[in-house]
Write a protein that binds this ligand. Structure first.
Ligand code: MGD
Ligand code: MGD
Ligand code: MO
Length: 757
């Protein structure tokens, strides 16, 4: 494979981190003209008195006394603290139809929204309106609905606990549980799979556990790009001799070697630390069978903790029987790993007295992911690796507060206890009927049943699968209201009426009637802490998210509503007091505890081996084994996994490089196995088309991308999201959680043929 000849594709041999990362930060700050303020801004990220980095949900070390360096955190901060502005004058120059022809990067790169705007169909432009009018229009549209379930309250995971709590209160008082949430596209299999297994839908480890683990298993996540601060933790673990094993179809550089930009020796000598000692390149979607192979081999070694199993679990016999019935050839075929490889990894599991299992989107975005998550738990339970120091399950959450928003009630299937508590504290009867997930919300819009969409952040339409159906569904709305920091494509898919409400970001000073405010967030490890911005707001017209939600609430529910919305938005301590009343076990003394440096940890019963399941124990759950993906019976059908590049944050594309994968200045590439390329009469570097495998029409095609040979298992392809979302069928999702199967998209690869005119 002569990659050197492909424009923009060249080998990148350096470790992850290192000087490349420092150079990239300087570039990101320069591009957004945030150099002077940005430098100061960065120094406050994840400091006890600063703001929570909007980059990811990895926790902070307890004593953050020195700046924790993170390239992609720096990009996220620079992107928000930019000096570019999407003012009314900018919108006056471009029609919405014109903006729709721009790239996702170009639309957001217009900069920060500065004033409330409303779509004007006559001129096909967004024009400024007053806040009062924006609230009044939203209130009127919601009140005009025949049924509160005709509204959808979407949330993306950057909203603070305070904003999210008010949002769910507004939605429920209005009368619906329609809270489609970005987690429906992300870690929903964790929220659905873990409770039946261990009684809670969150991870069980703390950051300290990584200091004591013998073995760390990494399934389907790319920390060098998506959780860069995790690299410091993995590096420390590797250096003190812990074993790290990676299970990933692609060889991700950061899981191979990492140089810490904070280590003067590594920086001066250009050396690095090896991370994973073995790298298992399983087939896309092969995780459930790989884990079953690991367990089968562990049983053969008798590497199980019988006392733990007897005292703390149910279902072991059934699991053992299912593994017994599963033949090795089936495991090998379905996982793409050999028996010898799995036995080698199982031996490492057997040797370890404390194992942590980390996983990300490579595991959760398939058709059977909730079941796969339960298999991960089975593997840990075999040796009692939950609720022990140095051991546990570690789902790597996405957005910086996606977990917190869920905790405080943004959930389309709310637990009865939450609704009972809301009734008691607020004296109204909350709706009991379950609401819509993201995909269900799209279907409801498509049918014309959902008429008003509110988005608290995010880029709903671009993040979702199937733009052909999803974009058309949004255009059917009576009203869309987008609370956002920057413009994006979802805002341009206008129906009858559309409003853009500009909000403060994490980095900005938030002053309300009660003085300067801090918000609170929860990280991947259930730690809750405060976040306080320090930059001047991007515009004097911005409102905070809690203030916007309160403004909408007053317009919808009336000025005489029994909830003092204005008072709550004026002083967030009062919101936290209410959160503490609704969730007394988790948030008692919220205001006091969150003021302690580092914050506090929410109760995580599995960490103490308390199992809030129906059986009162941790449950081994049998997962009907499925050897490989039946859709691949046709040898021409390949599975595509859709990934993030190093220069993007979900649908926000910062730049065109994916440095660690050796791609520069472009995103239109498809990684494929060299033999698969040859078998189709192609050569690495050729232009190709990728078509949805089971679609009768010819619209679901990505045309003219360049195929690049890579070390990836046969039958597997990888390409960037969101450019490839057109290939993903809306109906293709995890059967139990509804999470779109973004990581196993059946496609056909062929030589490029220009579209028919
Ligand atoms: N800089 C930056 N940080 C981010 C984000 C971002 O976009 N940019 N996004 C945030 C969000 S919302 C999230 S959810 C997280 C996402 O963080 P990740 O979960 O790391 O996200 P992906 O880029 O989707 O990478 C998934 C990894 O899974 C692997 N993979 C693909 N298919 C399979 C499979 O079938 N099995 C296995 N075992 N592996 C597979 C891919 O090769 C890739 O390494 O990051 C968060 N942090
Ligand atoms: N093919 C494919 N599709 C995927 C995925 C995949 O791996 N493959 N991953 C899925 C996952 S894991 C996720 S989480 C979703 C992401 O889905 P979303 O969370 O909906 O998308 P983002 O791209 O994170 O949203 C970006 C927008 O958020 C707004 N924003 C940024 N900061 C703030 C803020 O502080 N407040 C407010 N109100 N708005 C703000 C900006 O306007 C910006 O344009 O995408 C999903 N889609
Ligand atoms: Mo996510």
């Amino acid at each position: 494979m002569s990659e050197a000849k492909i424009p923009g594709v060249r080998p990148y041999d350096a470790p992850a981190g290192g000087w490349g990362a420092l150079k990239a930060v300087a570039g990101a700050l320069g591009d957004q003209a945030t150099v002077i303020e940005g430098g100061r801004t960065l120094l406050s990220a994840n400091q006890p008195e600063g703001f929570d980095c909007p980059g990811c949900a990895w926790p902070d070390p307890k004593h953050t006394s020195s700046f924790e360096f993170c390239e992609n955190g720096a990009k996220a901060v620079a992107w928000e603290a930019t000096s570019k502005r999407a003012t009314p004058e900018v919108f006056a120059r471009h029609t919405v139809s014109e903006l729709l022809t721009w790239s996702d990067h170009a639309i957001e790169d217009l900069g920060r929204l500065t004033e409330p705007m409303a779509y004007d169909a006559a001129s096909d432009r967004y024009l400024p309106i007053s806040w009062d009018e924006a609230f009044a229009r939203t209130g009127a549209a919601l009140r005009a609905l025949d049924d509160p379930n005709q509204a959808e309250f979407y949330a993306s995971g950057r909203a603070s606990n305070e904003a999210a709590f008010l949002y769910q209160l507004l939605g429920r008082k209005f009368g619906t549980n329609n809270f489609p949430d970005c987690s429906n596209m992300c870690h929903e299999p964790t929220s659905v799979g873990l409770p039946d297994s261990i009684g809670m839908g969150k991870g069980s480890v703390t950051l300290d556990d990584f200091d004591y683990a013998d073995l760390i298993l990494c399934f389907g996540h790319n920390p060098g790009t998506n959780h860069p601060r995790m690299m410091a933790t993995l590096r420390d673990a590797a250096r003190r001799g812990a074993t790290i094993l990676a299970f990933n179809p692609l060889r991700e550089r950061a899981l191979e070697k990492f140089a810490s930009p904070q280590d003067p020796v590594e920086m001066a000598t250009l050396s690095s630390t090896p991370i994973a000692s073995a790298y298992y390149q399983l087939t896309i979607g092969g995780d459930a069978l790989a884990v079953q192979g690991l367990m089968k081999a562990m049983l053969a070694l008798d590497a199980i903790d019988r006392d733990f199993i007897a005292e703390h679990t149910t279902g072991f016999e059934a699991l053992a029987a299912s593994l017994d019935a599963l033949a090795w050839p089936e495991i090998e075929r379905g996982s793409g790993l050999s028996r010898a490889q799995l036995e080698e990894a199982a031996a490492a599991c057997a040797r370890s007295d404390a194992t942590i299992l980390c996983y990300g989107m490579g595991l959760t975005q398939h058709r059977d992911s909730s079941g796969t998550v339960q298999q991960l738990v089975n593997l840990l339970l075999l040796k009692g690796n939950i609720g022990r120091r140095g051991a546990g399950i570690c789902p790597l959450r996405g957005h910086s507060n996606v977990q917190g928003a869920r905790t405080v009630g943004v959930a389309e299937k709310p637990p009865a206890a939450l609704l009972d508590s809301l009734r008691e504290v607020f004296g109204f009867e909350p709706p009991r009927r379950h609401g819509h997930t993201v995909v269900e919300a799209i279907e409801a819009m498509e049918r014309g049943e959902a008429k008003v969409f509110l988005g608290l952040g995010g880029n709903f339409a671009v993040a979702a699968p199937d733009p052909i159906r999803t974009f058309a569904a949004l255009r059917k709305l009576d009203l869309a209201v987008h609370v956002a920091t920057k413009p994006n494509r979802t805002h341009l898919l206008v129906g009858q009426d559309s409003l853009l409400l500009p909000c403060l970001g994490r980095t900005e000073i938030d002053i309300q009637a009660g003085g300067r405010q801090a918000v609170t967030v929860e990280d991947s490890m259930s730690m809750v802490h405060a976040s306080k911005g320090l930059n001047a707001p991007a515009s004097e017209h911005l409102k905070s998210e809690p203030a916007i939600v309160a403004g909408i609430a007053r317009a919808v529910l009336g000025e005489d509503d029994t909830i003092d919305w204005a008072g709550l938005a004026g002083d967030y301590d009062r919101i936290r007091t209410l959160i503490a009343r609704v969730f007394p076990d988790a948030f008692a003394d919220y205001n006091e505890r969150v003021r302690a440096p580092g914050g506090f940890r929410l109760p995580v019963p599995p960490s103490d081996r308390v199992w809030k399941t129906a059986s009162g124990k941790a449950n081994f759950l049998v997962h009907a084994p499925q050897a490989g993906d039946p859709r691949r019976a046709d040898p021409e059908v390949m599975l595509l996994t859709t990934l993030r590049s190093h220069d993007q944050y979900n649908t926000t594309i910062y730049g065109q490089n994916d440095r660690y994968r050796g791609v520069f200045g472009r995103r239109d590439v498809i990684f494929a196995n060299p033999e698969d390329i040859a078998a189709r009469g192609l050569t690495s570097g050729d232009r190709v088309d990728l078509a949805a495998a089971f679609d009768p029409g010819d619209q679901r095609v990505v045309r003219g991308f360049t195929v690049v040979a890579r070390d990836i298992p046969s039958g597997c392809l990888a390409a960037y999201y969101p450019e490839t979302n057109i290939l993903i069928d809306l109906n293709d999702r995890d059967t139990r959680s509804g999470t779109p199967a973004y990581k196993s998209v059946p496609v056909r690869l062929s030589a490029h043929r220009p579209a028919d005119p």
